[in-house]
Design a binder for this molecule. Structure first.
Ligand SMILES: C[S@@+](CC[C@H](N)C(=O)[O-])C[C@H]1O[C@@H](n2cnc3c(N)ncnc32)[C@H](O)[C@@H]1O
Length: 233
């Protein structure tokens, strides 16, 4: 089973947890952290208009979709974990312009079948769950296919290969049991650690006009070992 298929079980379980931040994969997340994260996303999307159509990719339980709902015309929010979508359908039910549905980043079949083009897109925290750069390329190609010319996307929380070693070593400083540290380190190894320059090369090859890094809020845990990037078609 490849990495992304292995992660599915985790997300199905997370969806059924009684935790407002079940999609962040971190028990220590706070509402303040989440607003810092949302402000990073809003910055990455640039000027937002009421006529925009937003694609929330790997959107989990739909929090990002709810935040942007009043600011845009429509939000299509998908995830491959059916229980995340069940949760999203329930908690987003009061937001008439959000459509949660099951789809997979590796195919985008359902999204393409809708026949819409999006001028804004968010791909939050999911690229690190794939196998290799070939899968990254496939995902960016699908994203390119469904965006308008001039459309802008932000791809958040990508594990940075240049910061991996220091991040792994930082576990030594934690006051955790050996078992807990070993479990966390196992999960760290089961991520795709990426080089931004290689990702940028892929994005430009796929046809994006621009691909640049955007700073993660320095107080967010992710800023120590991940990068966000913006794509413009
Ligand atoms: C870290 S969570 C992020 C959720 C949300 N995007 C955010 O940024 O808060 C990663 C999400 O990616 C979803 N995911 C992982 N692989 C996927 C795939 N192949 N297709 C669609 N969704 C996927 C997971 O189910 C999970 O909900």
């Amino acid at each position: 089973m490849n990495r992304n298929a292995r992660w599915l079980d985790t997300w199905q379980k997370m969806a059924n947890m009684d935790d407002a931040f079940c999609t962040m994969g971190r028990s220590a997340y706070t509402i303040t952290d989440y607003f810092k994260y949302l402000s990073n996303i809003a910055t990455g999307l640039g000027q937002i208009n009421q006529s925009d159509r937003l694609l929330d990719m790997a959107g989990g339980a739909g929090y990002i979709a709810m935040y942007f709902s009043p600011l845009v015309a429509a939000v299509d929010s998908f995830d491959y974990a059916s229980d995340m979508i069940k949760k999203s359908k329930s908690i987003c039910s009061g937001f008439n312009n959000i459509t949660p549905y099951v789809d997979n980043l590796l195919t985008l079949d359902e999204t393409k079948a809708k026949g819409h083009l999006y001028n804004k897109a968010v791909l939050g925290g999911a690229l690190q769950l794939f196998e290799d750069y070939a899968e990254v390329k496939l995902i960016l190609q699908h994203l390119f296919d469904v965006m308008t010319l001039g459309g802008q996307a932000i791809v958040t929380h990508n594990t940075d290969i240049t910061l991996k070693q220091a991040h792994i070593e930082s576990y030594d400083l934690l006051d955790w049991s050996k078992e807990k540290i070993n479990e966390a380190l196992k999960a760290e190894q089961d991520r795709l650690w990426m080089d931004f320059q290689q990702v940028k090369e892929i994005a430009l090859t796929v046809g994006f006009k621009e691909c640049y890094k955007q700073d993660i809020h320095p107080e967010l845990f992710q800023s120590s070992h991940m990068f966000d990037f913006v794509l413009v078609k």
